[in-house]
Design a protein around this ligand. Sequence first.
Ligand SMILES: N[C@@H](CCC(=O)N[C@@H](CS)C(=O)NCC(=O)O)C(=O)O
Length: 384
Amino acid sequence: MAGQENPYVLYGAYASYYTGKTRSYLRKKGIPFIERVVSHPRFRNVIRPTAQSKRVPILEAPDGTIIQDTTAIFEYLEARFPTPPALPPGPRQRLAAYLFDLFCSENMKIAWHYRWNFPEQNQRFVTMDFGRSFRPQGSDDELARYGDLIAAQMDGHRANIGITPDMFGVMDEIYFDLLDTLERHFTHYPFLLGGLPSVGDFGLMGPLFAHLARDPYPLHIMQMRSPRVFRWVEHMNTPEIRAPEFFDYPLEYLADDAVPETIVTLLRQFTQDYTPVYREGVALYNDWASRHASLPPGSIISPDGQDQPSLGRITVTLRGHTMTPASQAHSLWVLQRTLNWLKHLDAPARTACRDFAAECGAEELLALNLVRPLSRTRNRLSLG
Ligand SMILES: N[C@@H](CCC(=O)N[C@@H](CS)C(=O)NCC(=O)O)C(=O)O
């Protein structure tokens, strides 16, 4: 196959939320690639220093281009491998897919919660698995040592994530709602929008694969409560589009730009749960951008060079619980992709999206406005 001698290289980890998105995308698109762990000598000596990023995944293209960030990787690859399309052509379906990817890119605190708040059930697997990214053929003791270092780092994020013990019940509610609605959905459809996986499916692989369908505690819940969801996750990691359970399903998006009721139900829940995060995040950013109006385009936002800086804490309410997580300016850059796409639609498509946004309760979210565009410069969030 063309490209096999000089494939793309995906640097990441099996335990990584974001690597799971890109791995699934590469497989389903049939893009020739190999995967390497972060302890590979080329990652340490070339990739990480060039990308100047401590995050994964990082993609190395055959021509030497190096990209961090799953959204940037998606944009780069989708333009080069448009078939089968991961962007549905119909405006309602495209908006649904973008919204899934948006909500899944930063808000799925359940993934963090079910990994790190159940040490008794998860810890041995998680630490050993993390350890193997650093010492792939290491002894148990070596793996445990590396794994513990990562676990300690993650514990440092606890305050920024903002899940306090009084929120544990809400986390269960959110996870169970998601599983139950998806279980209904995958009874009838192979993917979110019919017979092809979209950017929304790949976004959903972030939380659902590496954490919720691999860590022992949430995996057990998923398998027992929603076996069809578990099968969807399994299937999203195979190269073929055709799922055996849907042997005669057309390999295309649903006709007439239809979006199933289950997907609208989920989007309505997501917008209800997470619109405050964007409302408050945009307010904080707009205030910051106005106070830094003299900075030229390309200026890095973080004074100390952080790639995904926070501009401060926000106060939001999630299902009746007040939280004060760190704002994620990066998530506004992801939102901006959808806002820009909406701006450039023709009138009929815009009307279709306006009606669909109303069905999903997303009018407020999609009316948000960044006073100045965001960009990324050398894998750092910057001013546009
Ligand atoms: N926005 C980034 C997020 C990537 C990310 O945060 N990856 C995690 C692993 S799943 C990571 O590398 N974390 C390391 C850190 O935060 O230092 C993307 O979409 O690629």
